[in-house]
Design a binder for this molecule. Structure first.
Ligand code: CP
Length: 315
């Protein structure tokens, strides 16, 4: 039995990532041309953390493919608390064509994938947010054309899920990826090593620096994310303090001026204006965050369709 999951960005090879992005562009142009979930088949969509974009876009994606999006409040279900992840996986897998899960630990998502018997998709964990980076690559492709050879700079919290996903997804796409982050919040060494391994095959490169200008200079894409990820709320005061570690990494007009003249700004949202980005940038002409947010729908639709096509689910 072949079963494909999307638990982290490097679960897709460079060719497969391109296929998914091609499919996303086709589905954006012709939204109801793929009815692979017609029946309707159920897709279970679980959230253990807050969400707006991910919930709306997965509900839209499953509905658009002809399926039924069953949204489950993780606090009610108590996955891994009320009963083991493996038991929940077996239950969902028998009643769903796929399982989409936003949770904390990557290991729990991997356990879900081991036992579900259907494709499992990462809708964000503490370690990765691969659906977001698929949408971001789609947006860059629409705005700038071919991805290979472009440079993407991510600045801010280099230890969070977006930094890790940008490293893997960009390297897979042949995009030179730079992370600018304080020494105290640098990416996982294992993820950087994996990105370098992929980059060596795709012609990309990986740079991790503690200098924001070094990261952004000449870049085609500048991206950032909140300095306080979900689950870190108790650290909000120190992370947002004027003497906090991220102050030199705020994306303002001066930092954007270091990027290429045609550079675009992306942010996965929600954004905290005045902290990781100024309103002049996120609400300015180089920002494409609304297109980026819309592209979650098209990218996830393509991803679900692709995973189902490449999986043989036992009856
Ligand atoms: N970018 C993103 O994942 O948004 P939500 O947290 O609102 O789903």
């Amino acid at each position: 039995m072949t079963l494909r999951h999307f638990l982290r960005d490097d679960d897709l090879t460079p060719d497969e990532q391109r296929e998914v992005l091609d499919r996303a562009l086709a589905l954006k142009a012709d939204p109801f041309s793929d009815r692979c979930l017609e029946g309707p088949q159920t897709v279970s969509i679980l959230f253990d953390k807050q969400t707006l974009r991910t919930q709306v876009s997965f509900v839209g994606a499953v509905s658009g493919l002809g399926g039924f999006p069953m949204v489950v409040d993780g606090r009610l279900a108590g996955v891994g608390v009320r009963e083991p992840v493996a038991d929940v996986a077996r239950i969902l897998g028998r009643q769903s064509a796929a399982v989409v899960w936003r949770t904390f630990e990557q290991a729990k998502l991997e356990e879900m994938a081991e036992y579900a018997g259907v494709p499992v998709v990462n809708a964000l964990t503490d370690d990765f947010h691969p659906c977001q980076t698929l949408a971001d690559l789609l947006t860059v492709r629409e705005l700038l054309g071919d991805l290979a050879g472009r440079t993407l700079a991510y600045v801010g919290d280099g230890a969070n899920n977006m930094a890790h996903s940008y490293l893997l997804a960009s390297a897979t796409a042949g995009v030179h990826v730079r992370v600018g982050a304080p020494p105290s919040h640098q990416p996982s060494a294992a993820v950087v090593a994996r990105a370098e391994e992929i980059a060596a095959r795709t012609g990309a490169s990986v740079l991790v620096t503690d200098d924001a200008v070094t990261a952004v200079r000449g870049a085609d894409v500048v991206a950032t994310d909140t300095w306080v990820s979900m689950g870190q709320e108790e650290e909000s005061d120190t992370r947002h303090g004027t003497d906090g570690p991220f102050e030199p990494f705020r994306v303002d007009e001066a930092l954007m001026a270091q990027a290429a003249d045609h550079a675009v700004f992306l942010h996965c949202l929600p954004a905290y204006r005045g902290h990781e980005v100024t309103s002049a940038v996120i609400d300015g002409p180089r920002s494409h965050v609304w297109q980026e947010a819309e592209n979650r729908l098209h990218a996830q639709k393509a991803l679900l369709s692709w995973l189902l096509e490449h999986s043989e689910v036992s009856a």
